[in-house]
Design a binder for this molecule. Structure first.
Ligand code: ATP
Ligand code: MG
Length: 537
């Protein structure tokens, strides 16, 4: 019923991609959405043709560096050639078939991208996982997904071996390693000797392509399935997308391979536009490495989680001259306006926020060229009709709406403002207080490096606002009592006085998920004397 595309205010540039222009009639609603779609044959292989015809800038499709001097660069043609070999390993050697599931737990190494494309070619469903998973986490994923195969490296293989016998579904283990390991097939050796002849599986647009496990911020991670359509076709349907890229752009996303953010910004959404995906192996996320990489490589677009930017603005950025950086994006958690301002004043660059969930992909976004309202997550992303409907969300029946479990408001311009996760809202003396606003107020104070705000029991008010604060280095030896009062006064002045934290506790670090999200529920449970359920990530 709704048009498949919208025109946005400030829309300046149409995406100059041949692959993209092919679907114009579908975007206009003049043609049906195709029944069959495969990202490898319908997008990547088309880019190969365009590249071969000399109609694409001489920009790699994939550019990887180890940080220790090794480098890999692939054109779309090379990516196609190598991934066909890998597809043959999966189907011929491992005997996997269309619809089978495979768990891939690898660091940011080129093989991860080859396996992604190979799975698309063979119609195999790829389930990414972070290398920080424990044996218990891996077993949880193997059982929940019924995966028949796992691919990992030397670091994680022992954990897999310790639980493999408990999984009746797991048939094949592939290791990416220079050496050999008993009971494992060697990925690298096998794929080099395979033929590069492989015909791409004919997949329906609703066929599953990836399964992701959510971050596990509020409990055990949930399994969410995405299709060729929801991941691969969706960017082709949008007149304007959160990643407004061109074939000459180079995009770098620093997130872990285990999360949807990487599949979006470092696989599907970047390659739809024929851009170059830049990857740094990043064994450790360190400010100096990230800043130096931005200075040494022609990266236009940076995608990261808020923790990344919070970490970077702790440095003196004036000594770094970024080579090509023009566009910065942050998502996964709310980004404090203070961090945006610090980044802007030191680099001249804005941070564009995106909001989404593993279940949905990007829901809201601050698009390129759009006026930025610091603290807002931007407007509804194309194809989403996002509304703030307190009455509807209170009811159990939500009609056509998917309820995210997050609270936010929409202003008159259609910008969304994040208040907090449902569970994180604090109700004190009848007032509803969103933690993010109080945290952002605290972050404005120079003493505060990080802040987390949760509810704490109070005999009179039911619950009160409590702030956990990590001090910035220069304030680490300040008088804590004074500082606590100063922070309380500061919040009273910056937001409505009733929101100020009646309790303040200084901590060395925050409990976080692997993605770097603050686990407020863990802090809250401690306050309320609840026993924390040990959840698998
Ligand atoms: P779990 O569902 O397992 O508890 P999770 O919700 O953190 O974990 P994800 O799907 O990775 O798992 O994260 C989605 C959530 O992250 C959103 O529901 C929202 O709470 C938060 N989020 C994402 N982007 C933003 C943003 N820009 N601003 C505020 N919150 C955000
Ligand atoms: Mg969630």
């Amino acid at each position: 019923q709704k048009p498949l595309y919208r025109t946005f205010h400030g829309h300046s540039k149409l995406l100059a991609s041949d692959v993209y222009s092919e679907y114009q009639a579908v975007r206009r609603g003049e043609q049906e959405i195709p029944k069959y779609f495969n990202f490898a044959s319908d997008v990547l292989d088309k880019w190969t043709k365009i590249e071969k015809a000399g109609k694409r800038p001489s920009n790699s499709a994939f550019w990887w560096i180890s940080g220790k001097g090794e480098e890999v660069k692939w054109s779309f043609e090379e990516l196609g050639f190598l991934s066909r070999k890998v597809a043959n390993v999966l189907t011929k050697v491992c005997g996997l078939q269309k619809g089978d599931r495979i768990i891939v737990v690898l660091p940011r190494i080129p093989e991860w991208w080859l396996v992604n494309v190979a799975c698309m070619r063979a119609g195999i469903v790829l389930i990414p996982g972070t290398t920080q998973l424990s044996a218990k986490d891996i077993l949880y994923r193997l059982q929940a997904s019924k995966a028949k195969c796992i691919i990992t490296d030397d670091t994680v293989a022992p954990a897999v071996d310790s639980v493999a016998s408990e999984s009746q579904f797991l048939k094949t283990k592939l290791i990416v390693s220079k050496g050999s390991r008993e009971g494992w097939l060697n990925f690298s050796e096998l794929y080099k000797n395979q033929s590069a002849d492989h015909s791409c599986a004919k997949t329906r647009i609703e066929d599953s392509v990836n399964i992701f496990f959510t971050s596990g911020t509020t409990g055990s991670p949930k399994m969410t399935e995405h299709s060729q359509g929801s991941l691969g076709f969706r960017p082709l349907l949008s007149e304007r997308y959160w990643l407004d890229l061109t074939p000459s752009d180079v995009i770098w996303n620093t997130a872990d391979t285990g999360w949807i953010l990487t599949s979006l910004s470092s696989v599907f959404d970047a390659w739809v536009f024929g851009s170059c995906i830049f990857v740094h192996q990043l064994p450790q996320i360190e400010s100096a490495t990230i800043l130096n990489t931005l200075c040494r490589f022609p990266i236009d677009t940076l995608v990261g989680v808020p923790t990344l930017y919070r970490m970077l603005v702790q440095n003196d950025l004036s000594s770094y001259k970024f080579m090509n950086l023009k566009h910065c994006m942050s998502g996964g958690e709310p980004l404090n306006p203070e961090v945006m301002e610090k980044w802007k004043s030191q680099t001249g660059l804005d941070i564009h926020e995106v909001y989404g969930q593993t279940e949905t992909g990007i829901i809201c976004s601050v698009f390129k060229g759009m006026k930025i309202k610091p603290g807002s997550m931007g407007k509804a992303a194309p194809l989403f009709d996002v509304q703030d409907n307190p009455k509807k969300t209170a009811e159990s029946e939500r009609g056509d709406f998917y309820v995210t479990g997050d609270r936010g408001t929409m202003d008159k311009d259609g910008y969304f403002w994040f208040i907090g996760r449902d569970d994180d809202i604090i109700i004190s003396s009848g007032y509803r207080i969103g933690p993010f606003e109080v945290e952002s107020a605290l972050m404005e104070h120079p003493a505060v490096a990080e802040a987390a705000v949760v509810s704490s029991p109070d005999p009179l008010r039911g619950e009160v606002v409590k702030a956990f604060v990590v001090l910035s280095a220069t304030f680490s030896s300040s008088n804590r009592e004074h500082l606590a009062c100063e922070l309380q006064e500061h919040v009273k002045k910056t937001t409505a006085p009733y929101k100020y934290p009646r309790k303040v506790e200084f901590v060395q670090q925050m409990p976080k998920t692997i993605t770097g999200k603050i686990k407020r529920h863990e802090l809250r449970n401690k306050e309320w004397g609840r026993i924390e359920q040990t959840s698998v990530i």
